[in-house]
Design a protein around this ligand. Structure first.
Ligand code: ADP
Length: 449
């Protein structure tokens, strides 16, 4: 049984995990880098240990040091959060080799799903539709031309090891192809240490819709419905909502069914997310599977009432899921806005500095997952996301109005934020009507910026 957890992360997600630990009577251990000394996760945890200097490589990615702290603080388990080491199969292995519980799936599942080409192969076997495309590309220009021709332009070249919106290239015509492949390969090698790239058909007006999955060690897999994540800037999510305003009940049924099949095919134990692209005709295609908690998990928690961190801990304990598929209900509508310390008027430049004042919104249906406070110094070392504003209401229309009200109440001074940008998103006709795809922000830049 897990009695004490080391949270190998920082910021809002560390705070989020520590909250569920406290509610479960589990002691929590925070790790922190030097600039994070005064961070909220340090205050909320039962213990806090210095892990190293600011740069992630020397702190939140420092595996030997984290394992050393785990040993000294006598924890039973490590929760990786998202980002940092959460999808590092080697870390999961080392945690288990040290006799500790890794709160996440088997290293093998992390490894397979982290390799986009391998994951595609697996999905095809499991009967899950994938975006039409190729296997690993060779250096044979002519051969590659043929493959691209067969897929049909425009196409995307993707790094198999890619993630976080990196390692993707859009190719419109055959003249650009060979050069683009060469660049993509060298980029991929630089960023991920692996130059494997493949071709995917470029879907024209796609939606990004993902399904939340929970699987246990006893072979049970359930879904907790979908999240619509099509409000994106440079392939990065900005606003998410559930249910999706786009898909029909029939498509929802088919997608969640395939997502469960996908997870079951790898005997998935843990929380995971199966991401799909959905085209204008509502055909859906597997994009990738994330083997960790997602940033946007709270909207699912809000509509289903399930605490996903507690579910993860329960699974890691080897217990069966606390519910069956038919017990999982969704109620109302939830929207999340990601609050970033960045300046939309200056090309979204990440900002750092002291928070002079902060008033977070409250009231019916409002949740904020954050970690900053008055006097806090935001550093440049980490992701500029400072908080997530999560709204619940009985229906979508009310949820949008409530989000606008909450954004209006949200006041942060001292650092630039994207709050007004988010307010404008809420006021854009396409968003209000729930008629938008992944090009929404790019198409509305005149109004939004
Ligand atoms: P990453 O793992 O880097 O986040 P994904 O493969 O999940 O990359 O894709 C991120 C986003 O890029 C998607 O949500 C979508 O907006 C866009 N995208 C990816 N593949 C395609 C494609 N084949 N056609 C159109 N858009 C795509």
């Amino acid at each position: 049984m897990i009695r004490k957890i080391l949270v190998a992360n920082r910021g809002e997600i560390a705070v989020r995990i520590i909250r569920s630990c406290r509610e479960s009577g589990i002691r929590s251990v925070a790790i922190y880098s030097e600039p994070d000394r005064t961070s909220m996760h340090v205050r909320y945890a039962d213990e806090a240990w210095l892990v190293g200097p600011g740069p992630s490589g020397q702190s939140y990615l420092n595996i030997p040091k984290i394992l050393e702290i785990a040993k000294k603080s006598e924890v039973d388990a490590i929760h990786p959060g998202y980002g940092f080491l959460s999808e590092n199969a080697e870390f999961a292995e080392k945690v288990r080799q040290a006799g500790l519980i890794f709160i996440g799936p088997e290293a093998e599942a992390i490894r397979t799903m982290g390799d986009k080409m391998k994951a595609r192969e697996l999905m095809i076997k499991a009967g899950v539709p994938v975006v039409p495309g190729s296997d690993k590309l060779s250096d044979d220009d002519e051969e590659n031309q043929k493959i691209a021709e067969k897929t049909g332009y425009p196409i995307m070249i993707k790094a198999s090891a890619g993630g976080g919106g990196k390692g993707m290239r859009f190719v419109e015509s055959k003249e650009e192809l060979n050069d683009a492949i060469k660049r993509a390969k060298s980029e991929a090698l630089n960023a991920f240490g692996d130059d494997a790239v493949y071709i995917e058909k470029y879907l024209k007006s796609p939606h990004h819709i993902e399904v939340q999955i929970l699987g246990d060690e006893h072979g049970n897999v359930v879904h907790l419905f979908e999240r619509e994540c099509s409000v994106q800037r440079r392939h990065q999510k900005v606003v998410e909502e559930t249910p999706s305003p786009f898909i029909t009940e029939e498509v929802r049924k088919a997608m969640t069914d395939r997502a469960v099949a996908a997870a079951a095919s790898v005997k998935y134990a843990g929380a995971g997310t199966v991401e799909f692209l959905v085209d204008a005709d509502m055909n859906f295609y597997f994009l990738e599977m994330n083997t960790r908690l997602q940033v946007e998990h709270p909207i699912t928690e809000r509509t289903t009432g399930v605490d996903l961190v507690k579910a993860q801990i329960r699974i890691a304990n080897g217990e069966p899921l606390a519910f069956k598929q038919q017990d999982i209900r969704k109620l109302g509508h939830a929207i999340e806005c990601r609050i970033y310390a960045e300046d939309p008027d200056n090309n979204f430049m990440p900002g750092a500095g002291r928070v002079l004042h902060i008033t977070e919104p409250l009231g019916l249906g409002v949740r904020t997952d954050g970690y900053i406070y008055e006097g806090y110094d935001i550093t440049v070392f980490y992701d500029p996301m400072i908080s997530k504003l999560i709204i619940w209401a009985q229906n979508r229309e009310e949820a949008v109005e409530r989000m606008k009200r909450a954004l209006y109440e949200y006041k942060i001074t001292g650092v630039k934020t994207n709050i007004q940008f988010l307010e404008r998103i809420m006021n854009t006709p396409e968003f209000r009507e729930g008629k938008y795809d992944t090009h929404f922000i790019a198409n509305n830049e005149d109004y939004l910026l």
